[in-house]
Design a binder for this molecule. Structure first.
Ligand code: 5GP
Length: 279
């Protein structure tokens, strides 16, 4: 609560409302994030919610603290990608749940990068989950909630001009580079990067635009498996009712060195967690 005095009357309002009052115009609300107008032209504020959805929003829930963890994990990954020369929309983290980003025109394609068979690829092609793929596979889904983000071919992208051929080449180059970097980053902390989703946007400079990485990279949009136990450390815990979502996200953050050491959160043991929950 925050106390405010107006004309001699003491008002007690939740701290969140004060933040909301100070905030600028809401531009967009998605399933896991809200975008607000930024402090300068060409910038936005990306707010990470705790809301979780799956199966085209047919399953809905809340993962307490997810927004805080995703904000921090995404900041970390985008900063490292920026350091190796991948252009991204990330400018800086503002607070626990918000980051300042560059405003882009989102390319309406979800880029899925896969190293190991899982999820819809396993279902579609009858591949056992966990089967390593002979080479990295890039798939594209058309971003349309009403249609359930259908899988599309490069020909669809060209036919409907969702992006130009040059833009698609840039996207493919960046996706491979991001995959190489992230596979190493996660392998170094005992995590297998099974697959993940990327989104890209056009950053305009006058009449010209270039493609940069947008959205977020977090356990919401990646499959992350413990290398030794194959324990899932990602949103599949929510999608598949496995429990321990928060602990899994915390474990990813902890292994990346993003959690304060020594606290209750410093050790993850999903086995114990499950036993405690009686499942
Ligand atoms: P699949 O196609 O197997 O469901 O997902 C492949 C990968 O892309 C998974 O890591 C999954 O988390 C991610 N992914 C696919 N679609 C979405 C989406 O709409 N939102 C998010 N957050 N991740 C997605």
């Amino acid at each position: 609560m925050v106390a405010g005095a107006f004309a001699g009357v003491i008002l007690l309002v939740p701290a969140e409302s004060v933040c909301a009052m100070a905030r600028r115009r809401q531009i967009y609300e998605g399933k896991a994030k809200i975008l607000y107008e930024g402090p300068e032209p060409g910038t936005l504020i990306q707010y990470f919610k705790d809301d979780a959805t799956a199966f085209n929003a047919q399953k809905r829930g809340t993962i307490n603290g997810k927004g805080v963890l995703n904000n921090r994990i995404s900041e970390h990954v985008f900063t490292l990608l920026g350091n190796i020369g991948v252009p991204t929309h990330f400018i800086r983290r503002l607070n626990m749940r918000e980051q300042l980003i560059r405003q882009v025109e989102i390319v309406p394609i979800e880029v899925i990068v896969r190293n190991v068979a899982a999820g819809t690829l396993s279902k579609r092609l009858g591949l056992e989950e966990g089967t390593p793929l002979p080479r990295t596979l890039i798939e594209y889904c058309y971003k349309d909630d009403a249609l359930g983000d259908p899988l599309v071919a490069e020909e669809h992208i060209a036919c409907f001009n969702w992006c130009s051929q040059d833009e698609l080449h840039d996207i493919q180059d960046m996706a491979i580079r991001i995959n190489d970097f992230m596979s190493g980053m996660f392998a170094a902390v005992g995590i297998r990067l099974v697959d993940f989703k990327l989104e890209f946007g056009r950053l305009y400079d006058g009449d010209y635009s270039r493609i940069i990485l947008a959205d977020e990279i977090s356990p919401d949009g990646c499959r992350l498996w413990d290398m030794n136990t194959n324990e899932k450390l990602d949103k599949d815990r929510f999608r598949r009712d496995l429990g321990g979502e928060v602990e899994a996200y915390q474990e990813v953050a902890r292994r990346l060195g993003l959690m304060p050491e020594g606290g209750d959160n410093a050790v993850l043991d999903l086995e114990t967690h499950r036993k405690k929950k009686g499942s």
